[in-house]
Each structure stands twice: as C-alpha cells, then as structure tokens.
Design a protein around this ligand. Structure first.
Ligand code: AMP
Ligand code: TRP
Length: 344
C-alpha cells in the first residue's frame, strides 16, 4: 500500500489555502487510499520569531482542525512532530548529506530570510536547515507520496535528492518520495494581493480567509477581493490574477473548472457572491465539527498520544538503519552490556 506523509506548520491560524491546497485531499482521498500519516510539524514553527505559548496553542488548534476537516484516527495516523524524537535524530544525519549551497538555493529560504532582514531581525540557522528537517519527516516513514501545495514542491525535490544521494553512498535505506498536488487550488492567492500566496504566517489581513472565520467575515473578505480592471469575466492567470483566483476558489469549492465557470458570469459582483457562498458552505461542516471537538479536548489528546506511539514504531527502524549505514556505532542494549565489554 502506498504510504503518504504530509504536514502543517503551527505558525498561524489555518487558512482556506491550507484547506483547499492540502487538508481536504488528505481527508477525502489520501486517508482512504493510502497508509497515511499527517503531522503538526511544530519544530518547523520555531524557525522564525515565535511566541512559545502561541505555538503550543496553534499546535493543538491545528490538530483539532485536521480532525474537524475529516481526518479519521481509525484510518490514518495523526500526531505532533516533537512527540517523536526520530525526526530530529534523522535530521542531523541528513545535514551530513545535504550541502550548504543546496540549502541556500531554496526559494522559501531566500524569501523568508530577505523578509526577516528587511525587518531588521536576524535569520535563525534553523530557517536554513528547515528543508532537511522536512526531508527527515518524510524519509523516516518511507513515504512514497507527499501531498502538498505548489510552494512545497521544491522541498520535496530536495528530499528526493537527499534520499538518492544517501542510498548511493551508504546503501539502500530510504524510499525516494514524490510530491503530489491537488488538480485545482494548488496555490490559493491572497484576496488583497493576488500575486502572493494566501499564507497563514505572513500577516493578518483582509486577504486571508481563515478556516474559523465566521460566515459574515468570509463574505466580507471575498466581496472585497481585489479584482482586475476590465468587466468581462475571463480566466487568465497572468493578465487577470485576481479574477483567476476567485474562479479557482469557486471551482475548488463548488465543482467545475475555472474556464467553464468564467463563461457563466456576466459580472464580477455575481462571481464574488457565489464564491463567498461556496466558501461559507465548504467551511460550515469543518467549523461545526471543530466546535464539537473543542468541547472534548481529552479526545484530541488521546488521538495525538496514540498517533505518536504508532509513528514512533514506524520511524524507529528506518532511522536506526540510517544511523548504522552512515557509520554510527550502534548502542548496546543494557541487557547485553556485559557481553559487549568482554568482546572488546
Ligand atoms: P503550511 O501552511 O506552510 O504549513 O502548509 C501546509 C500545507 O498547505 C502545505 O501542503 C502547503 O503547500 C499548503 N498550502 C499552504 N498555503 C497554501 C495556499 N495558499 N494554496 C495552496 N496550498 C497551500
Ligand atoms: N514545510 C511544510 C510547509 O511549510 C510543512 C512540512 C514540514 C511538511 N514537514 C513536511 C509537508 C513533510 C509535507 C511533508 O507547508
């Protein structure tokens, strides 16, 4: 059975981009068709300036929203990254396979580091090495597929390179994974700036629809979306990015293709109205389930405890094998210690 691994960073409230670009497919397809693991990657949230209490809160919220979006702990493994030591253990070994140049070429690193420097802040070393930790997340589980939005494809390519390099140098240890992307809405754009991604970590703002936004807030944000000059509704990502984004969101929420849908609208206003309602309808069941789950925090904790235990059992043998392959001396279990001393 295909193994799937994916993750979400608790750096902000989850957005419509996260949902349409990733989470929805995890819940509707991946958990049924694959042996799937989904992870709240909290170690990754420490790569930029952070508030410890907020990261903790957002981690719990992300796990709750993943369950609310339909992940079923009977069908998949849901856990928090820092609960499983193997991620950090493997990450170090992979840092010994990756190169400095390779890390500095990562688009997300360049963008985030530049932003941090513009603000006058310093860039954490972990921001540079972050893609290696992501590779460790994936390779520790022998994942075949990694369903992600467009922005993460480069990191999955890097993961492939590291796996191939490790296997060639030290013997076959890792499965070489591939990225999979949703057909539509693989890159939901900011409603106020349709040339940049709707990202949860960037800032708050009227251009970002959060999964927990009230229906009226969603309507307001969609109705105020920046559209392009012109009157006709046409689908053209290059020339009309604002309109294209709305058409893609509508297609992702209500079905159909953006091209087809563009022909069905005579005005921007009508398109916005239908898009707003389609988004509200998609979010409604997620919000209802979220509310129920918040009333039962013990359930979410139990899911995460069981998930971490299962994940540990899966990752341990692969990470141990990588340690042996790269030349680290295996630790002798306590029961055998006497014998080991004699053998020396
Ligand atoms: P992140 O929010 O960076 O932790 O991303 C979690 C998942 O959501 C990743 O698979 C991303 O590629 C996906 N994702 C995040 N933002 C968007 C967006 N605006 N459009 C599509 N997918 C997204
Ligand atoms: N880097 C991903 C993001 O920013 C999150 C992530 C971390 C991830 N580890 C992963 C995604 C492993 C897929 C697989 O969205």
């Amino acid at each position: 059975m295909t193994r799937v691994f994916s993750g979400v960073k608790p750096t902000g409230h989850l957005t419509l981009g996260n949902y349409l670009g990733a989470m929805r497919r995890w819940a509707s397809v991946d958990q049924y068709e694959a042996d799937a693991l989904f992870c709240v990657v909290d170690l990754h949230a420490l790569t930029v300036d952070h508030d410890p209490a907020r990261v903790r809160r957002l981690s719990r919220q992300a796990a709750t929203l993943l369950l609310a979006s339909g992940l079923d702990p009977e069908l998949c493994t849901l856990f928090v990254q820092s609960h499983v030591d193997e991620h950090a253990r493997l990450s170090y070994v992979l840092e010994c396979v990756a190169t400095d140049g390779e890390m500095r070429r990562m688009i997300q690193y360049k963008e985030k580091a530049a932003r941090e420097q513009r603000r006058g802040g310093s860039v954490r070393l972990s921001l540079l090495t972050y893609p290696v930790l992501m590779a460790a997340d994936i390779l520790a589980y022998g994942a075949d597929e990694v369903p992600v939005g467009d922005d993460q494809v480069q990191h999955v390519e890097l993961t492939r390179d590291l796996a191939v390099r490790f296997n060639q140098r030290y013997g076959h240890t890792f499965v070489v994974p591939r990225a999979t992307r949703p057909g539509v809405a693989s890159r939901v754009m900011n409603l106020q700036d349709p040339t940049s991604k709707m990202g949860k970590s960037d800032d708050v703002g009227p251009g970002i629809v959060y999964l927990l936004d009230e229906p009226d807030v969603v309507r307001k944000k969609v109705m105020r979306a920046v559209t392009d000059s012109g009157r006709e509704v046409v689908y053209d990502r290059e020339a009309r990015p604002g309109l294209a984004n709305l058409l893609e969101i509508l297609a992702a929420c209500a079905g159909g293709s953006p091209e087809e849908l563009s022909g069905a609208y005579a005005s921007y206003g009508a398109l916005k109205k239908d898009t707003a309602e389609a988004v509200v309808e998609v979010l409604r069941p997620v919000q209802e389930r979220h509310k129920e789950l918040c009333a039962d925090p013990g359930f979410v904790e139990g899911v995460l405890r069981d998930g971490a235990e299962r994940a540990r059992g899966m990752a341990r043998p692969t990470v141990d094998a990588a340690y042996r392959a790269i030349g680290l001396l295996p630790a002798v279990p306590a029961a055998d210690a006497g014998g080991a001393v004699l053998r020396v």
